[in-house]
Design a protein around this ligand. Structure first.
Ligand code: ZN
Length: 80
């Protein structure tokens, strides 16, 4: 399945990073602020998720938030 690229390259990089850790991207239709969501490998409701904004004020900060959420995720432990 193809994913649309985020127009900000820092955020696109963060999304790629998340995907490399088995996070899944889902498009969000209705909100104009939220571009999409990332869900970790844990598919239950205990799984982590993070919203990706379409136009964050400071894209680098938002990219860091995404990477932090990925690094904080406890559900992928032991794979490395
Ligand atoms: Zn998780």
């Amino acid at each position: 399945m193809k994913r649309k690229k985020h127009h900000n390259k820092e955020i696109e990089k963060a999304i790629k990073y998340a995907e490399s850790k088995d996070w899944r991207f889902k498009r969000v239709g209705k909100s104009s602020h939220t571009w999409g969501r990332l869900y970790c490998a844990e598919e239950s409701r205990d799984g982590c998720k993070i919203s990706i904004w379409s136009t964050p004020r400071v894209p680098e900060d938002h990219a860091n938030q995404i990477k932090k959420a990925v690094n904080r995720c406890p559900h992928n432990g032991g794979l490395e």
